[in-house]
Each structure stands twice: as C-alpha cells, then as structure tokens.
Design a protein around this ligand. Sequence first.
Ligand code: FAD
Length: 671
Amino acid sequence: MKKIRAGRWGKNIVHALETHPEAYTHEEAFPSPTHFSDDVVAVMSGKGFLQFEEDFDFVPMIAEYVRQIQAKYCCGKCITGIKGSKLILATLDRIMDGKGGAGDLAILMNMADVLNDAAKCSVCQSAGELLADGLTYYRDHFEKALEKGVAEKPVAYLGSISAPCMNACPCRIDIPGYVEMLQELRYAEALAIIREEMPFPGITGRICPAPCEKACSIANMGDEAIPIRTLKRVAADYEHIHHIEPPLEKIDLTGAAVAIIGAGPAGLSAAYYLNRLGHIVTVYEDLPNSGGMVAVGIPPYRQPRDVMNREIDILRNLGILVDHGRLGREFTIHSLFEKGFKAVLLAVGSHKSTSLGLNGEEEHREGFISGGIDFLRDINLGREVSLGDHTVIVGGGNTAIDCARTCIRMGASKVSVIYRRSMEEMPADPMEVEDAREEGVEFHFLTQPVAILHHQGKVCGLRCIRMELAESDKSGRRRPVPIEGSDFDFLADTVIPAIGQSSNLSFLSPEDGVEITRRETIKVDPHTMMTSRPGLFAAGDAVSGPLTVVHAIAGGKRAAKMMHRYLVDGTCSRSGTEWMEDLIAEIERDHGTLVTARTPGRTPSQSVRSKLDIQERISSFREVDSGLTQKSSFIEASRCLRCFHLILCALKDSSAQRPRGHNSSDQRSED
Ligand SMILES: Cc1cc2nc3c(=O)[nH]c(=O)nc-3n(C[C@H](O)[C@H](O)[C@H](O)COP(=O)(O)OP(=O)(O)OC[C@H]3O[C@@H](n4cnc5c(N)ncnc54)[C@H](O)[C@@H]3O)c2cc1C
C-alpha cells in the first residue's frame, strides 16, 4: 500500500527522512494514502504536505505552488502577497537555473516568514508556511539545487483552488470569488462566477440548505457564518429586478442529439452544460411544468415561481427544447436510441410516496391523501384538493413541514404534525419548524400512527401510540420504541403521510440492461454517472435518493461533461479538475476540512432575518423571506476571510492512468 514517507498536516508531522529523525509520527491524523492513486508523488495544500515517493524534489514543487498562486489566485490586494510571492518565485527560479547565490536561502526563509505572518489571506500565507517547511525538512534539496540547479523531471502538476465553503458545495462554486464581487457591488461578475458552476442562482439563493455556511471558517470560530446563500440571491435578484439579460450567448449547436428525461434541477443543469458544449438537447418532461420538485414540491412561499420560471426561460432561450412526454408511456429507452439520440440521461427524481404501511391505506377513503409529495404536486399544478377542518401530517422532514404550512395557507383551521421521535431528531430545517409554529402548526412528538380510523368511507383520524427513545440507531439518531398500552385516538378529518419518497423506475425493462441498487435508485459509476448500459447516464435524486437541489445540479453537471466526452471520443474519463474535485471531496469526507483560516473574523454579522408579517404569510403564498438589502449584503460580503488555498498534486508524468488535462495550464480550459 502507498505510504506517507514524510509530511506535515496541521501540526502533525510524519518524517521518515534521515535528515529529521526527531520528528514524531502521528499517522492517524493524516489523510489516508488510499485516497491517492499510485501516480501521486506528493501533495501540497494549506493544511500541509505529503510525500509518497522517494524520488521527490521539494524545490520545483514549491516553485509550481507559488507560480500557480501568482498566476491565478493571488488577489492582488496586499503588497505582501503580490510582491512577496513574486520575489520568492524569482529566487526559486534562479536557484533552479543553477544561478543561486549564497544568501538566497536566507532570503527565502525571510520571505516565507513575511508571507506567513503578514499576507492578507490564507492562499499566500500557505505558500509561506510550505516554503518554511521545505527549508526546514528538505534543506538538502535546496542546497543541492543551489549547487547544481534542478534538472527537469517527468512530473506533471495538477492544481485546484479550495476553501471550506467551496469544498462543502456539491457544485464547487468559487464562493470566495463571488462574495468578493459582492463586496464591490459587481453583481454581473458575481453571477458569471456562479453560472460557471450552476445555472440557478436565484433558486439556490433561496432554498439551498447551504452546506457552505456550515463549513464557513467564521462560523467555526464562533461567529455567524457569511450568509453565502442569500448573497447569491442578492446578485440574482438584482439582475431579475433590473431586467438585465444574462450575458449567455446562443451558440451554434453542431454537436450530437441528446435526450434528457426529467426537467428537474438535474436534467436542466445537464441540459445547460450540454448546450454550452454545442449539443442539441431535448428534455422530456411528464408534467405540464418544468422545474421538477422545485416546481411541484417546494411551495411558492419559499421559492417564488417567477424566479424559477425566469431561470428556466434563460435555458430555453439558449435553444434547449422541453417536450411533454413520459418515459415508459410515450417512449422507451430503446426507442430513444432508435430515434437517433446518441446519449440519454435519466433525471427522473423521486416521485413515489412511501406509504405508512397501515392496513387499509390503499383503499381510497375521503380525507386520506396518499402522500405529501402528491398533495403538494396537486396544489402546485392548480388541481382541486379539499381539506377538512383538522389536517394531520405524519412525518418529520421538510416535506411534512411544507405540507403543514401549505394547509395553513389553504385555510385549514387546525394543522398538526405528528412525528415518532423528538424535536431534536427531526430532519426538518429548524428554521422551517420555527416558521411553521409561528404560523400556527401544532407539533406532536414521540407519536406513531398504528391504524387509520374511518367512518362511513371517510377518514376520521389515526390510532396512535406513544413512543420513547432508546439507544441510537444506524443513522445516529435515537431509536423510537412504542410504549405498550399507550394507544390513543388522534381525531382529524384529513390525513397526509409525508414520511419519504422513492423513484418510480417502472419504465425500466430487463432488456434495458440498467442495474438498480437495493434502495431502488439507478446504479451509476459515481465518477462518470454512466449506468450499466453504455451511453445511458443518470443523475439527481434518481441516483442519490431524495437529496437537495444543489446535489442534483452538481450531478447533472458532471453527467453532462461525461456525456460530452462519451459523444466526442467514446470514453468517459475525468478531467484533471474533476479528478481533483473528487479527491478533495473524498479527503474532506473522511478526514475533515482541508483548509483552516488563521485570521479571526473582523466584523460581527449584522444581518437579521427579515420575514413577512404573519397575517400576510398565512393568507397568501407570498415569499416569506425578504433576503438582504444592498447595504447589508455589502457588509456581510466584506466579512469574508478569503480562507481559500491551493491544493497541488505532483504526478508521475509517465502514468497511464493520469487524468486528462493534467497540466496546470490546460486543466481549466477543458471544462
Ligand atoms: C416538498 C419538498 C421540499 C423540498 N425542499 C427542498 C429545499 O428546500 N432545498 C433543497 O435543496 N431541496 C429540496 N427538496 C429536494 C429537491 O427538490 C430535490 O432534491 C431535487 O428537485 C431533485 O432534482 P432532480 O432533478 O433529481 O429530480 P426532480 O426535481 O424530482 O425532477 C425530476 C423530473 O423528472 C420528471 N419525470 C419523472 N419520471 C418521468 C418519466 N418517466 N418521464 C418523463 N419525466 C419524468 C418529473 O416529473 C420531474 O419533473 C425538496 C423536495 C420536496 C419533495
């Protein structure tokens, strides 16, 4: 197995080199070498460096690290960063050319300290820290270079910018980049940065669960996170309100014909990237509206429809065709390929409600609605739905809360949510729960339905049992167990189970050759998104199970890029950028953040959540959250610590498995 020969990761040091026998070993604090393919020689990042191969030279690698910072990532705002990194690079280049002088190592050490201590942000600070590491642990490499210069070695470098917020974002948006644009009120530039990685800033600026904010360094230092999600909305709303056409040019579509099934976030995001790559995209959608669960699940008081429709229209205007049609009814996978589509993407989401598993649930009784997503779909499509006076919703997730708040807006006089665990275990967003309570929704915890009560063909409530919490289960939450003899009747005239959903894959036949998982999701290669049938790809909830919009968009984007390569050269290999994205995601998943900010936050948060008045909320579907004013957005954006840094891998250039676009210069252009 690959072994770390030497390295520093945070404050932990492994040093197997003879030059530093005193260094101690603390290997469990390091990323597992299994994350790195055999061709990785060494890694440098803001957290430290790892050396895997004996044949490694620190000097050219730190020179490449500083070169990439200089070329792409140095913000140019602090003189220490710009001048310091320039001076370091010039000195390293001189040494590598064999023209170094006696005082050069002292100059480098001095500059390393200056950069480390005084640069404005962690991208340049990390270069100083790594250089100081090199001058301490690899001094012999520098001395040898001073003597003889550095001979060219067959090493390829792969670099990627990284920040805690970026790494937490499935779409890997350059968050510090767009937040910085907002500090300067440059909305168009902020949107251009976002649209490189996702086409829906207005939608996600409202309903994204914002894993980026949980990862924000400021939050991890005890202050409020930068409101990254709402800042995205500020930029998108500015464009919308001022009727600014997004600068997305229509391009000549000379590529292949591709079909996408499902006009939800995954399908539409794939359509966008395939269109940008010149392919002729047709999206087939079963429902009359595009948008998937954003259109028929998430209620308008959280996701206004004009915002969603505008973002979908932007895609249509680029030449993406959305056709009405249902896979499995009007056409099959086989017939799509027969028709001439060269690649097909399944982005069908999770639209089948999970049943409560109670007797008589299938019998169509008045007052029993088969599932939360069916209820929301009907309401959102403007279909007639009648509710009684007291509606009870079963479940503890966001769908349950969306159903409850929708019922309130439809005029139900009493709305209750029953959940089998306690408030602490509830998967719903606490902010949504708070909003629901404010609007009058009642919550009954540790309560489980055991039978549906009915009278003369009408539902009249649920027989429930009280629960208590035992030890934690596999999900890490405490397991609910029934308290014997605690049954009671919960009277209500409408019952809506909202306990989960799965994908309806009834369109698949054995001849399609598509493998599905035990969870009844479509099985794909996680890197290429291709199913077991060549040319057929899948993304979004249909692959992951019910998740989030941002995950679906990221899956659609990855699938589009892989479909493009499949169409162009028949293979599905990852680009250098994608290879790095996956590596960073895997390390972060298993070992925590790759980046830590060292400068504490300067300005405390001043943003307050501003919401519509309760009476207006409960009597309409108007948007509840008002977002941020321009002034607050500027203040909030200015709090960003820019704690991003470069992660650089040195790879053996001869490796057959090397990802495409492995050179630092070409890896970005390929995407
Ligand atoms: C009530 C609710 C609230 C949510 N709230 C949030 C939230 O606040 N934030 C968040 O990030 N996520 C939220 N989600 C989750 C999010 O909406 C989904 O993760 C996301 O929409 C998945 O995108 P997708 O493209 O994979 O699938 P979907 O959005 O489900 O789109 C799939 C599309 O495929 C179509 N389709 C299905 N089968 C066929 C077929 N056979 N032929 C043709 N078309 C077909 C469907 O009609 C649908 O339009 C919520 C989900 C629900 C249900």
